[in-house]
Design a binder for this molecule. Structure first.
Ligand code: BG6
Length: 523
């Protein structure tokens, strides 16, 4: 044993408990990206793979093959990716030597995804006599519209590249959202994929699960006895989950017209956050144990009948306003949006979880575009104390305790409690205790896609969505859509860009004497 000087930092490091010590090393593999000419590849996938390579987390031997229709050579594709990396890399400038070494493993396969010979060409590219593992272990990343998932899986299967249940080595499909547009279409997609691959080979992405702070929800809850014992109906008054965005829909009007905020954000990101915040402790940290608990939680959400939708869900749409000092056009004036569109750019919903732990505790979820601040937070608001002692001085101004998990940006956790204001008079006011990721751990925060790609390569499905999760989430969302059917937006549901959503959203909390607590900019 080597003696070391025990500085405070090294002591904390010694106390770090590595839960993934048994994690499989990532062996040699090929990554094939379908839809390689798209935005996702240039903005997220290639930067993530480059960073994994830079940090020596990629397998010793690997290959990235982009599959798309446009005519390109390996070199022209690499040049394109390099330009994008200069723009989207989370570390700048891009390291030339590292890029060159990485790019030597990057290739391009021109082909149409409906064209069988294109897959034969791909097979030839995948053949690598020098390293058989590159042909046996394959991650197929479907960055294509969902309508093409079944086609790609089928073609891969017929070309002998994808075997159900793996064969020698492993083959996995990574699929992007949107995973269907309702329960029925999601089930169809699931059936199409599982004709050619086992459920265990299908990795459905929700990029929120790749975020450090979202992963920390379970660590925080289940490794700290002081909080977990308060995490129930006895102590918690209500929970607020806010995912707010400053940006409008930009150039994605056509997609958004089909999706709306409910399908785009609530079906996946918000319900996933809710599941992690509210689920029961899993029996182990295995993927299936965690996903079992998330499914149980989604199943315990009280189904919303159409009349409950009217009182428990508020939607909204932004009209022209000012965000960050800049004029923002209204949603109906955005490119590729119908001038009389009824699509929601904001949703707020009040949900109840009918289980032992959460009986009677409302969960308020909201998300919207063109809000004053881009931030995601979970706020656990605890029950107030009986006000007997401070009633005279504070009345109902005594703020109840709250714990806020700031998921992004300025990632951290803060606790709000009351303290005496120093002085001769008795004055009590809320104060804050704050943990910031940045000051504790430094600025290193890997992008969600880095973690997700690494997990998919190593075959750990914990951070991916299982079939029953996706289907249960759609069931919740479908019930809300049913309640909206045939009902155009009313005046109270419009909000000016740059404000915190429609006034109607306040009505969800007001009857119980509560109000939304808007995320604050943190300097
Ligand atoms: C995506 C949605 O899934 O998440 C976008 O389609 C949204 O509309 C984005 O802007 C938000 O992700 P993040 O990581 O920027 O919070």
């Amino acid at each position: 044993m080597v003696a070391s000087v025990n500085t405070a930092d090294s002591f904390d490091d010694l106390m770090a408990c590595h839960l993934d010590a048994g994690r499989k090393a990532v062996g040699p593999c090929s990554i094939v990206i379908f839809g390689a000419s798209g935005d996702l590849t240039a903005r997220k996938l290639i930067p993530a793979l480059y960073h994994l390579f830079k940090e020596k987390q990629m397998p010793v031997a690997f290959r990235v093959i982009g599959f798309a229709r446009r005519e390109k050579t390996d070199d022209s594709w690499r040049a394109e990716l390099r330009t994008a990396l200069d723009q989207f890399s989370r570390t700048k400038p891009v390291d030339d030597a590292v890029w060159r070494e990485f790019a030597a493993n990057v290739m391009y396969c021109m082909g149409d995804i409906t064209d069988a010979p294109a897959y034969q060409k791909l097979e030839v590219m995948l053949d690598s006599p020098g390293n058989l593992a590159l042909r046996k272990n394959m991650l197929f990343y479907l960055a294509t519209p969902p309508s093409q998932f079944g086609e790609v899986a089928g073609q891969l299967h017929h070309a002998g590249l994808l075997r159900r249940g793996n064969g020698e080595g492993w083959q996995r499909l990574v699929v992007e959202k949107p995973f269907g547009h309702n329960l029925a279409s999601a089930s169809v997609l699931n059936n199409e994929l599982t004709r050619f691959a086992h459920e265990q080979q299908v990795f459905r992405i929700d990029h929120y699960l790749g975020k450090e702070t979202v992963q920390n929800i379970l660590m925080f809850r289940f490794s700290n006895s002081i909080f977990e014992r308060l995490w129930n109906r006895e102590s918690v008054d209500h929970v607020q989950i806010t995912v707010s965005e400053k940006m409008g829909v930009g150039g994605r009007g056509d997609y958004y017209e089909e999706a709306g905020a409910l399908r785009d954000m609530v079906q996946n990101h918000l319900l996933q956050i809710l599941a992690l915040v509210a689920m029961e402790p899993p029996v182990s940290l295995e993927a299936e144990s965690i996903r079992d608990e998330k499914v149980k939680l989604l199943k315990s959400i009280r189904p919303l009948k159409p009349d409950a939708v009217a009182t428990q869900v508020v939607r909204g749409q932004y009209f022209a306003g000012v965000v960050n000092g800049l004029t923002q056009p209204g949603y109906r004036q955005e490119p590729k949006v119908q001038p009389d569109s009824n699509v929601e750019t904001f949703v707020a919903v009040k949900l109840f979880i009918d289980n032992w732990r959460w009986s009677g505790v409302p969960f308020f979820l909201r998300t919207g575009k063109c809000l004053p601040l881009g931030a995601s937070e979970v706020r656990i608001q605890f029950r107030p104390t009986p006000h007997v002692l401070f009633a005279a001085a504070c009345g109902n101004k005594l703020d109840p305790n709250a714990l806020t998990l700031r998921l992004q940006p300025n990632e951290g956790i803060s606790m709000r409690f009351n303290g005496k204001v120093p002085g001769t008079s008795v004055a009590v006011r809320p104060v804050r205790m704050h943990f910031s990721y940045d000051s504790e751990f430094g600025a290193y925060t890997p992008e969600a896609y880095e973690r997700l790609l690494l997990e998919a390569m190593s075959g750990d499905a914990t951070l991916f969505i299982r079939r029953d999760e996706v289907e249960n989430a759609w069931q919740i969302v479908d019930a809300i859509r049913k309640g909206w059917e045939g009902k155009p937006l009313t005046n109270r549901e419009f909000y000016a860009a740059g404000t915190w959503g429609p006034v109607a959203a306040d009505d969800l909390l007001a009857p119980s004497g509560h109000a939304w607590r808007d995320p604050q900019p943190i300097k």
